[in-house]
Design a binder for this molecule. Structure first.
Ligand SMILES: Nc1ncnc2c1ncn2[C@@H]1O[C@H](COP(=O)(O)OP(=O)(O)OP(=O)(O)O)[C@@H](O)[C@H]1O
Ligand SMILES: [Mg+2]
Length: 261
């Protein structure tokens, strides 16, 4: 994704998501320290950083799954009242999240898993939702599994259904936290390719991943986090070719394939 494309299309527009001075602690342990950044519509922001740097915590804060100790989160120009479960319940219909463990309801078919949010939470007509579901399932080549139960699906298939389920809500922002981390290698590709297609269609996404080749291809912008602080934020192409800090350079070296010099 070319950074320039987004810069020109989004000029003058207010960011879809705006985070200012976000602070998150667990007890005395401050995990996010004064984190500020924006995400434009259509932008793909890849969040990188060592284990424990706060990536998952940040993603969870952006879906109201963590209480925060300070700062401000704005979505579509409106401040989200801090730690308001009511506000987040509404926003979770606009901000989709998929994480490592595909959390499909085991007792519901694929179709019921997908329909639940759009019909029960968004109260959209079932016929319209079903039509959209059929399109989404065809897109991920899983139409034949519509009436299957999650236990009948492979890990990669489950994860694609989890993504379809989030997309069926027509989210304006998608959050992905290591969605391929628990998949067998041969299933990783199909999930990453789905995410690349979403990016090409200008879905706004924040992506945490350990798949560096994928990160390089999908990222408009990379944000490198360490100890809850944003150490670097720059275009994907600059980050991967010429990181600003030694810390990021070492990180990239540590992520390169074994045996690479
Ligand atoms: N529920 C929790 N209670 C206490 N501390 C927590 C909790 N969740 C995370 N932490 C701490 O917050 C810090 C950041 O964790 P987080 O899971 O956000 O890191 P991460 O960057 O996602 O790491 P990884 O790459 O391993 O997934 C870590 O020090 C972790 O121990
Ligand atoms: Mg994590």
């Amino acid at each position: 994704m070319a950074e320039a494309d987004n810069e020109t299309t989004a000029k003058g527009e207010e960011p879809l998501l705006s985070v200012r001075h976000l602070r998150k602690s667990y007890g005395d342990h401050e995990v996010l320290k004064d984190v500020s950044f924006d995400v434009r519509r259509g932008q793909v922001l890849v969040l990188l950083g060592p284990s424990g740097s706060g990536k998952s915590t940040l993603i969870r804060c952006l879906n109201g799954l963590e209480t925060i100790q300070g700062g401000e989160i704005r979505f579509k120009g409106e401040v989200v009242p801090n730690n308001s479960e009511k506000a987040w319940r509404r926003l979770r219909t606009e901000i989709g999240m998929v994480f490592q463990s595909y959390d499909l309801f085991p007792n519901l078919t694929v179709a019921k898993n997908i329909e639940l949010g759009p019909t029960k939470v968004q109260k959209r007509p079932k016929a319209e939702v079903d039509e959209q579901m059929d399109r989404l399932l065809a897109d991920v080549q899983l139409s034949e599994y519509k009436n299957a139960y999650p236990r009948e699906l492979s890990g990669g298939q489950k994860q694609r259904i989890a993504i379809v389920r989030a997309l069926a809500m027509n989210p304006e922002l998608m959050l992905f936290d290591e969605v391929t981390a628990s998949l067998d290698p041969e299933m990783v590709r199909e999930v990453l390719e789905l995410m690349l297609r979403l990016a090409k269609r200008h879905m706004t996404m924040i992506v945490v991943t350990h798949e560096m080749e994928f990160a390089r291809r999908v990222a408009d912008t990379v944000m490198f986090l360490e100890n809850g602080v944003i150490l670097e934020r720059q275009s994907g192409s600059d980050f991967f070719t010429n990181p600003e800090t030694d810390r990021a350079r070492n990180f990239l070296d540590s992520m390169s394939p074994v045996g690479d010099e």
